[in-house]
Unconditional design. Structure first.
Ligand code: HEM
Length: 129
């Protein structure tokens, strides 16, 4: 379950971007960054980084370690990350034993946003025990 939750968060990466301002001149992978420059953090890109994840475009709940950074990192790392993980875990722990079947019943639609994204609608057909 923990692997499933962690991989789902990596896969979805609900927050697309945040900004940072460089506090000092620096260089990152050959790119010069000047003090005061705005830096765009792309969480989607980071969570598909081939240097960090083997087969990043595979949904693999057995990844170990799973170094997804959908909650950010550093001093501003998401304060709600443990609650978010717990909500997902409890949802599936409670739902899975009750489900006899679950299947797509239409085309899922994605939200259109430059900031927070996720499935807008996911039509499903299901049967419960
Ligand atoms: C899957 C769900 C969630 C995702 C993907 C997410 C993602 C993020 C990200 C990417 C950041 C910015 C981190 C950075 O700048 O380095 C953030 C910050 C934050 N998140 Fe979340 N978050 C989630 C759920 C929640 C929940 C449930 C809460 C509160 C109950 C919450 C509260 C916050 C707060 C207060 C900050 C700002 C922290 C700061 O600036 O010091 N988040 N989150």
């Amino acid at each position: 379950m923990n692997g499933f939750v962690e991989e789902s968060i990596r896969w979805a990466t609900p927050v697309k971007t945040f900004m940072r301002s460089a506090t000092a001149d620096t260089e990152l992978r050959g790119r010069k960054i000047a003090k005061g420059d705005w830096i765009l953090l792309s969480y989607h890109s980071a969570n598909r980084d081939e240097d960090v994840f083997a087969n990043p475009f595979d949904f693999d709940i057995t990844r170990k370690p799973n170094k997804q950074i959908a909650f950010g990192s550093g001093p501003h790392v998401c304060l709600g990350q443990h609650l978010a993980r717990m909500e997902m875990r409890i949802l599936w722990e409670e739902l899975l034993p009750r489900l006899k079947s679950l299947e797509l019943a239409g085309e899922p639609k994605w939200t259109k946003s430059v900031f927070v994204v996720g499935p807008k609608t996911v039509p499903v057909r299901y049967a419960v025990n």
